[in-house]
Structures are given as structure tokens and as C-alpha cells.
Design a protein around this ligand. Structure first.
Ligand SMILES: [Zn+2]
Ligand SMILES: [Zn+2]
Length: 324
């Protein structure tokens, strides 16, 4: 086994050897596939049959809310990366909204993220973990299948999250968490509100998460390269508002613990704007930024053309001093 970067020493994933994230089979998952296809069918058939402008407005508002406060601020920047601090009740609210995206429960999402993050930083990993196959193969895999590693690595979730009764409840019931909202939307606006406010929202969240993940590991500009990593992160600039800033994935591979994802001027990051607003209201503090993170010798700044897929000429990266 080759020596691993020191930045992986404190990682939640512990692998005995590099093969543990490389060798496995991708198998159809009935629960995952039927969940996604059922929501997509509800959105396509029910949604079209019941379209109203108010149902569309509910879809846009509820999707924006769960992506910004739930997925970006709750699941990703707080629960997984702990990149800022906030009151516990607000963390619960954000993580609850993250579950409403419909990807997984909080612990399942953490495990998926950490396994990918770890595997992508090693010299080689399974194609499933790095979006390494053609677009349609990756779509089938990520939306309908699961990877079964032959010798999966241990993933340690800290007791603060693993033993939290609220997170355990959400983990057991994450699919059922859509039901109270379905009932509420039905009472409010009939089936049209259910198809648009639940089915279309979950379809957009799950499909969007995959499609951005595909492009963010295959195409788009890079400013940093992680040397000897199985795959590089790419920025997907035109989706900055749609993804609430999560599209700055090259920056995220370079500085995974940063609360701010859009680092350069013009890199719009609505998640960061929301954090700054929360700080003004006294509801968020202790933001971690790239210059607070330990230097990584394997991280180099790209000096090649910005759209280049891999940096031909590179110099050691210094963390940008972005304003907190
Ligand atoms: Zn990535
Ligand atoms: Zn992350």
C-alpha cells in the first residue's frame, strides 16, 4: 500500500488497503430505484395533469428552501464538514430540511459523502465512487443502484451525531418524512400541490444532485489540482444559483472544510451569503475558511488554461485569504 496523504489521517473513513474502495460490484437497489422512479413518475404524470402557476410557485419555493437551508447549510456545510457553528435547534432544523431533499437519512448521507471523499483522494477508486463511467451509465448507477464493496472500509461517525436521538429518528424514517408535507400540501391545494410540492421537488433534488455530481467530477474549470488523486473536482459555474454555491466543487476538493465554497470574485455562493446573514442575526459563528485549514502538500494551483482537464503546469497552492 502506498503512503496516504497526511490530510487523510483524521478522516472518518479508515481503509486497511487501497483495494477496499476499488473492488466491488454495482447492483440494482429496489428501494433506491423505486423511490426515485416513483417520484419522477408522480412529477411527470401527476405534475403535468395538475399544473397550475401556484403549484409551480410551491415547487420553486420549497425546492429552493430545502436545497439552500437543508442540503447546503444543513447536511453538507454543517453536519458533514462542521465548517461553522450555530445553535443546536438551528442545526436540527437545517438537517431536517436536508432530509427533505430525499437523498437519504443524515447518517446515510454522511457515510456516502465520506466514502466518496476518501476514495477520490486515493490514487485509484471504483468508477462508481468517482462518476467515472459514461453519462447514461452513471445515471443508471447513481439513481438506481448501489455499490457493494468486497471489503468495505470502516466509517466512524462521531457519537455526537451517531447517538443523537433526533438524527436516529430521521435516519429510520427519512422517506416517511415527506408524508406530513404531502398531507399539508393536499389540504392546502389538492393533488397538484402534492405532485409539485413533493414529487417534483424530490425528483429535482435527487436528479440535480446526481447530474451536478457527474459534471463536477468530469467537466469544467479547475483552479487547484490534488496530486495523485483518483479524480479531480471541477467547478460548474453556470449552476451557482441553482446549487446554492455547491457547484464550486474544484474549490471544495481543494478546501473541503471551508464554509465558503465560492472563493474568487464572481463565484456566486448563495449558501455563503445565507451564512453571513445568519451571522449578522447572531445565529452562526466560527466560520472555517481555506486559510484556517492545514496546508496539504498534495494541493497545487493550476497555471494551465482554466478549462484544462488536468493541470500541466502547477505550483504549490496557497490558501486564498477570503474575507470571513
Ligand atoms: Zn467530489
Ligand atoms: Zn463535502
Amino acid at each position: 500500500m502506498r503512503k496516504r496523504p497526511a490530510s487523510l489521517e483524521a478522516h472518518r473513513v479508515r481503509a486497511q488497503d487501497d483495494d477496499s474502495v476499488r473492488i466491488g460490484t454495482v447492483r440494482w437497489s429496489a428501494a433506491k430505484s423505486l423511490w426515485f422512479l416513483g417520484m419522477a413518475a408522480g412529477a411527470a404524470i401527476g405534475g403535468l395533469a395538475t399544473f397550475t402557476w401556484s403549484a409551480l410557485a410551491l415547487f420553486v419555493a420549497s425546492t429552493g428552501c430545502v436545497l439552500l437551508f437543508g442540503h447546503s447549510l444543513g447536511s453538507h456545510r454543517k453536519l458533514i464538514h462542521d465548517s461553522y457553528q450555530c445553535p443546536r435547534w438551528l442545526e436540527y432544523l437545517f438537517v431536517y430540511l436536508g432530509v427533505q431533499v430525499g437523498l437519504a437519512g443524515p447518517l446515510g448521507l454522511m457515510r456516502q459523502h465520506e466514502l466518496r471523499d476518501y476514495a477520490q483522494r486515493l490514487p485509484d477508486c471504483h468508477d462508481y465512487l468517482r462518476h467515472g463511467r459514461r453519462f447514461w451509465v452513471d445515471a443508471w448507477w447513481q439513481l438506481n443502484c448501489e455499490l457493494h464493496l468486497l471489503n468495505p472500509p470502516a466509517i466512524r461517525i462521531e457519537a455526537r451525531v451517531r447517538q443523537d436521538p433526533f438524527y436516529r429518528l430521521l435516519e429510520r424514517t427519512w422517506m416517511a418524512q415527506q408524508l406530513p408535507w404531502a398531507a399539508l400540501f393536499f389540504l392546502w391545494g389538492g393533488w397538484g400541490f402534492v405532485f409539485w410540492g413533493v414529487c417534483a421537488r424530490v425528483t429535482a433534488g435527487v436528479f440535480g444532485h446526481w447530474v451536478i455530481g457527474y459534471f463536477a467530477h468530469n467537466h469544467g474549470p479547475m483552479r487547484y489540482e490534488v496530486r495523485r488523486a483518483a479524480v479531480q473536482g471541477h467547478n460548474v459555474p453556470w449552476t451557482s444559483l441553482l446549487t446554492m454555491g455547491e457547484c464550486w466543487h474544484n474549490n471544495h476538493h481543494a478546501f473541503p472544510g471551508s464554509a465558503r465554497l465560492g472563493l474568487a470574485p464572481g463565484e456566486w455562493d448563495p449558501g455563503w451569503w445565507a451564512l453571513v446573514a445568519l451571522r449578522r442575526a447572531g445565529l452562526a459563528w466560527d466560520f472555517r475558511l481555506p486559510h484556517h485549514l492545514a496546508p496539504r502538500p498534495e494541493l497545487v494551483a493550476c497555471t494551465a488554461a482554466p478549462a484544462a482537464k488536468s493541470a500541466s503546469a502547477a505550483s504549490p497552492a496557497r490558501a486564498p485569504r477570503v474575507l470571513a
